[in-house]
Write a protein that binds this ligand. Structure first.
Ligand code: NAG
Ligand code: NAG
Ligand code: NAG
Ligand code: NAG
Ligand code: NAG
Ligand code: NAG
Ligand code: NAG
Ligand code: NAG
Ligand code: NAG
Ligand code: NAG
Length: 871
């Protein structure tokens, strides 16, 4: 494992890579289900880890002084709706610390008022604009900070987007791991520079909503209890799904959320191969792992498998019991969970806290409640206790509306334009479709956005916020029309076919048709869609509406609000359809942003962050909508390996309608003069050496059970999760086993080992071996604006790794460049060692194969006029 890769092994890699790149059942009987190998012990923090030294020292000073009960308090949520935030850990009253407030989510602050509603992450991804992505995250985190939030449960790169119908794809950036990784890293930096801890989630392969959770009432009408297992081979794990997590961790992410579903038939929040081996050993993650809400299913097993924080703390919402809390205290006292493990949990949590610049002294006040908009009410909502002012209704929005408008406009993708855009004082604009108008019941009228009516500006689920206002396309376009002296009429329904046909059939009508397709999180069902979409077509009769308008109007412009691709095959090439735009989920400034684009105030420069196939079948994958393993856990075999999205279409030689990376502008660009400079990167050395032995932080605790029972006269809040024991008899704490099938006493071999651990060859720093980011080549190309207006082009660099089982090409660089008409700018992209490597399952390391490698530069995954070979 620790020998340097020799020339001979390099030669063999081309073939090795081919042999192990798809997940295969062990045999064809269906018996040999995927299996996740054990990795113990759970790696403890490294005091010398890059970027964490100071945080480690501060955490050590703080944690050294804590009692066992206080450490346990840090690790365990106080229960669902027990406190003000969506997640809260216990406080440490002795030092005057209020604990932590954790809050969703990636499109804005959930369950709070006077906050901004940002664009979806997916639309931010479509900007391909690093600065804007970072600004978005920073702005969101500033709002979070001012409400008193310590941990913002964002960004998401899982789901990555294997399924085009995946319900939560809009919470992430793109199914391309490189784009997702860059965007996640920028988001982590943007969030953490405000003093808020970022959470990269959901680790890992949480690609579908169906069957994601262990039986909790949502069994989709089946008797299946266990959650689905995402089964994936080691190479695909590294080259695809883990890739963007590595970027986020390298960027310093303070926390990671583990996922609901299983990986190789082991739950995400107790999977030692994922948490101990991949995350903490290989990626050198120094922060803390928190469970998705009620995704924890064991106490001791989760603790030794690498979980650091239980959210929201109770076994199931409001169960009054916890796998941790008193059970964790008990498990440390009875010697099952090693003491260094609880020390390490506390260290990881506090190190993340100090790393982002927080201090114990000035913990900001939490001035909102997730559970009501009333000003006064119970702090402890579930218990209905502690009535006081809980909502100060602080407006934290600043001027973020301008930023949101810019992101939404920059992310909007012009998919087709036969010259009808930009609009210039048109004589008559007819706006058609319910998706252009407001929602009966108001923009916040459906809890967690769990409906689809009115203009679609946000998906549904926990990744939602509250609109401070929602500019509809109808409102903004009408204002613009009135300004211009344009006649304006809108029919904000999809079902007024006759009226619509007659209106758009009038002479000189420019018809703007707004259509949508929605999705969200699996705890809400909308129109029969349990989170994931049931199909790839438009909702609410959108295709019929388009057909009717286009049959009567020769200048029909389609605007799509959606959470991913839709099938446009039936109508995209209709000559009466003169333009098509994808506007994603634009958030509160929806109407303003689309008006900016339609009228050319902003020249479109967004590029589609996913592929638009001709049909749903053309993607080659399908969500597991029905049980496929009897009453046992459904099995999701990721047998497409690394071939998702454009890599799949390339491998099938299938022409998509609009390819990944594609997007038009009101000007034109040309690419020329590719130049490659080779850097003098040093030779790659596998990480070697050993860790320190597991450190004990603080004094030994007493082993007298009477020190851990509820203090005399302690007033307990109903339903609250505490670290204290009920009684000095441990049986009292353990209570009735919840599921009856957990072997809580069984500790896997090595689980309590505290001796030095050998280094992981691909490890050595947060994100992995630092040498993976060595620059091997720098590519230059000239981009010229050959049109007559200023525009922004996203220059894209793709690499062909050249192996028999490699994708035809993979994205490995991009830059959004503003270019004046008639002038040129230079595109520059660094290619790192990681960018050129394959994962070698034998040496458990990244290896540059000797297969011939070439690079391509252009403005989409299928328009790559420049190429060069890499020497
Ligand atoms: C298939 O795999 C299972 C589990 O590993 C094993 O018990 C069974 O014997 C195998 N069957 C065949 C035909 O190899
Ligand atoms: C899952 O199983 C596959 C196939 O045996 C293996 O390559 C991979 O490393 C396993 N991954 C995890 C996380 O258990
Ligand atoms: C643990 O947290 C709870 C809730 O904040 C608090 O009441 C209790 O005093 C804390 N216990 C310790 C030992 O700090
Ligand atoms: C301890 O955990 C078990 C499940 O393993 C649960 O049944 C019991 O209620 C828990 N005890 C407490 C005090 O939460
Ligand atoms: C130790 O405590 C844990 C948590 O309450 C419990 O699950 C486990 O069964 C206990 N083991 C022993 C040997 O007492
Ligand atoms: C609201 O909370 C923030 C962050 O703690 C704090 O700065 C601000 O003063 C609070 N606002 C009020 C009115 O208390
Ligand atoms: C696809 O799903 C949407 C939303 O449920 C529905 O409106 C539409 O009719 C469905 N399409 C087809 C072809 O069934
Ligand atoms: C295009 O619109 C005209 C009306 O302006 C209509 O006569 C014609 O049939 C339409 N063409 C198509 C392909 O729908
Ligand atoms: C590359 O670096 C090595 C070691 O640092 C040095 O010996 C060599 O001269 C360098 N080569 C070039 C072309 O700069
Ligand atoms: C602990 O004591 C409380 C109060 O008497 C009781 O409600 C609870 O059920 C007890 N828990 C266990 C696990 O015995």
């Amino acid at each position: 494992m620790k020998t340097a890769t020799t020339a001979a092994t390099v030669l063999a890699i081309c073939n090795l890579a081919a042999a192990s790149s798809h997940f295969k059942r062990q045999n064809d009987t269906g018996v040999g289900l995927a299996y996740s190998p054990p990795y113990y012990p759970s790696p403890w923090m490294d005091p010398e880890a890059e970027g964490w030294q100071e945080a480690y020292a501060q955490a050590k000073a703080f944690v050294s002084d804590l009692t066992l009960l206080e450490k346990v308090n840090l690790t365990t949520g106080t229960g669902w709706m027990a406190d003000l935030c969506v997640g809260n850990v216990g406080s440490i009253p002795r030092v005057g610390w209020r604990g932590l407030c954790l809050q969703d989510g990636p499109q804005g602050i959930r369950f709070a008022d006077y906050v901004s509603y940002f664009t979806s992450s997916q639309l931010a991804g479509a900007t391909w604009n690093r600065d804007l992505i970072r600004d978005r995250a920073r702005a969101m985190a500033l709002e979070a900070r001012d409400k008193g939030i310590d941990v913002l449960l964002a960004p998401a790169v899982g789901p990555l987007g294997r399924f085009p119908t995946g319900g939560r794809n809009w919470e992430g950036f793109s199914p391309d791991p490189y784009l997702a990784g860059v965007a996640a890293a920028e988001s982590v930096k943007g969030i953490q520079e405000t003093g808020v801890i970022a959470t990269i989630k959901h680790l890992i392969m949480n690609e579908q909503e169906h069957f994601r959770e262990r039986g909790n009432g949502i069994s989709y009408g089946y008797s299946v209890v266990e959650a689905i297992s995402s089964n994936v081979d080691d190479k695909t794990m590294h080259e695809l799904y883990l890739w963007p997590f590595a970027d986020a961790i390298r960027a310093g992410a303070g926390s990671v959320m583990c996922s609901y579903q299983q990986v190789n038939n082991s739950y995400g929040c107790q999977n030692s191969a994922v948490l101990n081996h991949l995350l903490k050993e290989e990626l050198g993650f120094q922060g803390f792992v928190l469970s998705d809400w009620a995704a924890q299913h064991t106490g001791v097993a989760a603790a030794v498998a690498g979980l650091d924080m239980s959210m929201p703390g109770d076994v199931t919402f409001n169960s009054r019991t916890s796998y941790w809390g008193a059970n964790l205290t008990n498990a440390v006292l009875n010697g099952t969970v090693p003491e260094y493990r609880i020390d390490d949990m506390a260290m990881r949590i506090m190190a993340a806290f100090f790393k982002v610049g927080r201090t114990i002294e000035d913990a900001p006040e939490i001035n909102f409640s997730s559970w009501t908009r009333d000003s006064d009410g119970p702090v402890h909502w579930a218990a209905k206790e502690g009535v006081q002012t809980i909502n100060q209704h602080i407006d934290v929005r600043r001027d973020h509306g301008d930023l949101i408008r810019r992101i939404a406009a920059q992310g909007t993708v012009l998919l087709k334009n036969e010259g009808s855009l930009p609009l210039n004082k048109p004589k008559f604009v007819a706006v058609i479709g319910e998706d252009a108008g407001s929602r009966v019941g108001g923009p916040n009228g459906c809890p967690n956005q769990g409906c689809n009516s009115g203009t679609l500006a946000a998906g549904w689920g926990s990744g939602t916020a509250s609109f401070p206002y929602l500019i509809t396309p109808d409102a903004a376009l009408q204002r613009k029309a009135v300004e211009d002296g344009t006649r304006y009429e809108s029919i904000l329904s999809n079902w007024e076919h006759e009226l619509t046909a007659s209106l758009v059939g009038e002479p000189d009508a420019t018809a703007l048709v707004f259509v949508n397709a929605n999705s969200g999180e699996g705890f809400i069902e909308v129109d029969g869609n349990v989170g994931d979409r049931n199909n790839l077509t438009l909702w609410n009769g959108g295709d019929d509406l388009i057909e009717i308008v286009a049959a009567h109007n020769p200048n029909t412009i389609i605007i799509i609000h959606s959470t991913g691709p839709v099938v446009v095959s039936e109508w995209y090439d209709n000559p009466n359809i003169t333009a098509i735009l994808w506007a994603g989920l634009p958030g509160q400034e929806s109407g303003n942003a689309i008006t900016d684009i339609l009228y050319g105030r902003v020249n479109p420069g967004g590029k589609t962050p996913f592929t638009w196939g001709a049909s749903e079948e053309s993607y080659g994958v399908k969500i597991v909508y029905e049980p496929n393993n009897g009453d046992d856990a459904p099995q999701g075999d990721f047998d497409d390996g690394i071939f998702i999205d454009y890599r799949w279409f390339d491998s099938q030689d299938d022409e998509p309608i609009f390819e990944f990376g594609f997007g038009l502008s009101y000007t034109t660009f040309e690419f020329s003069d590719i130049r490659v400079e080779r850097s003098n990167a040093s030779e790659y050395k596998p990480n070697t050496g050993e860790s320190i032995p597991a450190p004990r932080i603080g004094a030994n605790h007493s082993s007298d059970y009477t020190d851990y029972v509820f203090p005399e006269g302690f007033r307990r809040i109903d339903q609250f999760i505490y670290p204290y024991l009920n009684s000095t008899d441990p049986k009292q704490t353990l209570g009735d086993r919840f599921y009856g099938d957990e072997a809580e006493d069984f500790l896997p071999p090595g689980a309590t080992d505290d001796s030095r651990r050998p280094a992981h060859p691909a490890g050595g720093g947060p994100g992995g071996n630092p040498q993976l980011w060595d620059v091997m080549y720098t590519v230059f190309a000239t981009v010229t604006n050959t049109g007559s207006v200023v525009g922004e082009e996203v220059a894209q660099l793709y690499v062909s790794l050249g192996g028999p089982d490699d994708p035809a090409k993979v994205l490995r660089g991009f830059e959004r460049i503003r270019i004046d008409p008639g002038t040129s700018e230079t595109f520059r992209a660094d290619i790192t060692r990681r960018d050129l490597s394959n994962w070698d399952t034998v040496s458990q390391n990244w290896v540059i194969s000797d297969c011939p490698k070439s690079i391509y530069v252009g403005n989409s995954s299928r328009n790559l006029p420049l190429h060069a070979a890499l020497q």
